[in-house]
Design a binder for this molecule. Structure first.
Ligand SMILES: [Zn+2]
Length: 396
């Protein structure tokens, strides 16, 4: 007996190299079959998705979902199953002294799958600046909270920004790397900082100094930030350290956010061989209303930057699953996997996207969520982040 049958859609699953008109059957929360013309006769529920695309549930590698604790924590399901996303990674909203509420109050109430990066600052983002001085870091407690909370905790997060940078320099990143290593997890580093200048350009930036500390599997987020510490040097060239990190297997995540995405940096870096592996939002309540809007809008932006539909799906499914070392369970529609599925509608029009530097980009493709399935349970989208719903701003 099939619990749920998604019938008539176009399945796009880059993990398996599949793009075809196929039905998807779900039984007991698991994908039971992906095949043409599956009979609806023995399905308890059928959703007709003709004209829509059916992809693995999207994974957002950079969100802030510590709702009610952090000022900028969004409801996990608003960032998640109500917008086409089945798995979110909270990028360091909590530190070792504030993490306890995540497993107690956030995860049990959410329908969306949640993983966390633990902030190297002991109070996470409850207070900013998050990392001002050495005393903000409790290395021992950070490692012990990581060890006690795997697999919910997937790594250590540090923002290489703020007053900690002039005071501690790259030492703060070294401490975060040490916590990650001792905890047996990966490190995620936020680059790009509006609040500090990088001096007169003769000294290497904190970004250039921290990149050599990262190993294969560590994550850089805000790859296309336009802020000081960006990956483009004063000479207009991509810094060598980011190309070396990419070659070593450091995972490059983009995380748009309200302050960290420049179309100019993106185009320059893409032209010079930088290859981002994932698309993520850095979603917060104000971000949902301004600039970022939604995961699907991020996909549309990357299509406007020249990425194909398959590319942007790969960058929100199998690639982020790999970043978490979960490519055997998440990020694909293979039979036997948890039934995490996003149904999207592709729209054609004339839209204008805004980066965080006042620059704009026109695009003719947009995607909107239609229905999201998480562990076999179906969710309809929220009303959308804009007054008219999910579509981007009209170019006219
Ligand atoms: Zn963030």
């Amino acid at each position: 007996m099939t619990d749920l049958l998604l019938k008539g859609g176009e399945v796009i699953d880059p993990a398996q190299g599949v793009r075809a008109k196929l039905d998807v059957a779900v039984t007991d929360g698991v994908i039971s079959a992906v095949a043409p013309n599956i009979s609806a006769a023995d399905a308890k529920r059928v959703i007709h998705v003709n004209g829509n695309i059916v992809i693995p549930g999207m994974i957002d590698l950079h969100t802030h979902v510590y709702e009610g604790v952090n000022q900028n924590g969004i409801n996990p399901d608003l960032a998640g199953v109500r917008s086409g996303v089945t798995t979110v990674l909270d990028a360091g909203s909590s530190g070792c002294y504030t993490f306890g509420g995540f497993p107690r109050y956030i995860v049990p109430r959410a329908k969306t799958r949640i993983y966390c990066m633990l902030h190297i600052s002991r109070v996470g983002l409850s207070y900013q600046p998050d990392t001002s001085r050495r005393e903000d870091i409790d290395l021992e407690e950070t490692v012990s909270v990581i060890k006690a909370n795997k697999p919910l905790i997937q790594g250590v997060k540090i923002r290489a920004v703020g007053p900690g940078v002039p005071r501690m320099g790259v030492e703060m990143v070294r401490l975060a790397k040490q916590a990650a290593t001792e905890g047996g997890v990966r490190l995620m580093v936020h680059i790009g900082d509006r609040s500090i200048a990088d001096g007169d350009g003769t000294e290497p930036t904190i970004t250039r100094r921290l990149l050599p500390l990262l190993d294969e599997g560590d994550i850089i987020t805000h790859l296309f930030s336009g802020n000081p510490g960006r990956i483009i040097g004063a000479d207009g060239k991509v810094i060598q350290e980011i190309l070396e990190a990419q070659a070593r297997g450091v995972f490059l995540d983009t995380a748009h956010g309200r302050q960290n995405f420049s179309f100019h940096v993106a185009k320059t870096a893409l032209d010079q061989g930088v290859r981002p592996l994932s698309i993520s939002t850095d979603m917060t309540p104000p971000g949902r209303m301004n600039t970022v809007h939604s995961m699907t809008e991020m996909l549309a932006r990357f299509m406007a930057l020249g990425f194909s539909l398959e590319d942007v799906i790969r960058m929100t499914t199998v690639n982020p699953a790999r970043a978490l070392g979960m490519e055997d369970t998440l990020g694909s529609l293979a039979a036997g996997r948890p039934a995490d599925i996003s149904v999207l509608k592709e729209e054609t029009g004339d839209w204008r996207f805004h980066d965080t530097e006042g620059d704009t980009l026109r695009g003719d493709k947009a995607l909107v969520p239609v229905v999201t399935v998480k562990d076999g349970e179906a969710f309809s989208p929220d009303w959308g982040p804009r007054p008219w719903g999910w579509l981007p701003d009209s170019a006219n």
